[in-house]
Write a protein that binds this ligand. Structure first.
Ligand code: PDD
Length: 289
């Protein structure tokens, strides 16, 4: 991140100058939260929704916000401008702060905020969206508060590695045969023209992209239910796609694991991809005016 600017507390400063404290609870316990916001044409997408979720994650973990959500949004925008990001992403994290190592936390510690911005080439996202990706079905080994966007991602990173070892770009997780979500995405299936995705319970992260896609499905009158579905239903689906900030709406063309399946990129997925692109354009023009 040479010559880039990063976020530290409430300052945007040159990278390489942030002091790292080994007793930061983020390092010791993964005690913190984060958000990833995508930037299209210099504008952050769904920034309000991301920082609303950030606030919710902070509240659920009793993390003290050092300043209000509007300051987080303003600093995110500053990171984009200072780093001259046209298309890319911003990562913002907040740990509980620095204290002598002790599992027991004190409430209202001074949290530590850091963040960075990176340019991303849209080509690889476009390629995955037009060709689809391979996925690997595996057991969900995470804790039971997956609704919190916490820094604790060991379960997620372990299954992502396993998926990659089988030449898959994403892992799809299941708990006792019920599909929950991807390692860093939400999962949707289409069967007989109807869309299904796991409800926003403690077992999944309620993705911002997921929420946008649910609204878009309603708009184009595709029947949708937020209802848990089984690994068998996944295998028998007509279409499967994943959603996330960094992958938008990406079709799944192959499922690997104990059983294998191939899928076509179907009409519902294609229409939702188109609608999502339109939403990005609307976001850009709304923020220009
Ligand atoms: N991850 N589920 C999990 C476990 C995730 O980590 C993510 C996103 C999602 C999709 O959420 P959203 O649509 O708000 O991006 C679902 C981000 C991109 C990451 O960790 O990089």
């Amino acid at each position: 991140m040479e010559n880039s600017y990063v976020l530290y507390h409430d300052q945007i400063i040159k990278s390489g100058t942030i002091p790292v404290d080994p007793e930061d609870r983020g390092y010791l316990f993964g005690d913190g939260i984060y958000e990833v916001v995508f930037v299209y044409d210099r504008k952050p997408f769904a920034i309000n929704e991301h920082f609303e979720r950030f606030l919710q994650s902070a509240n659920k973990l009793e993390l003290a916000m050092p300043y209000d959500v509007s300051t987080f949004k303003q600093l995110t925008e500053e990171l984009i401008t200072k780093n001259n990001i046209v298309n890319g992403m911003v990562y913002v994290q907040m740990t509980r702060g620095v204290a002598p190592r002790n599992h027991l936390y004190e409430r209202n510690m001074q949290s530590v905020v850091t963040g960075f911005a990176k340019s991303v080439s849209l080509d690889s996202i476009e390629k995955s969206q037009s060709q689809g990706i391979q996925t690997y079905l595996t057991e969900d080994i995470r804790w039971l508060r997956c609704d919190i966007k916490s820094l604790n991602l060991l379960g997620n990173v372990m299954v992502k590695r396993r998926a990659a070892d089988f030449d898959c770009q994403e892992a799809i997780q299941h708990r006792d045969g019920t599909v929950t979500e991807g390692s860093s995405s939400n999962v949707f299936i289409v069967k007989d023209g109807k869309l299904k995705t796991h409800p926003a319970t403690n077992l999944i992260l309620n993705g911002i992209t997921r929420q946008v896609v649910l609204k878009l499905a309603e708009k184009i009158q595709v029947p949708v239910t937020e209802e848990a579905f089984s690994a068998e239903e996944l295998l028998e689906a007509d279409e499967v796609f994943i959603t996330s900030t960094t992958m938008e709406v990406t079709p799944v063309v192959k499922l690997k694991g104990d059983q294998e399946q191939t899928y076509k990129i179907g009409p519902v997925t294609k229409e939702l991809q188109k609608q999502f692109k339109h939403q990005i354009q609307l976001n850009s023009s709304a923020m220009k005016s």
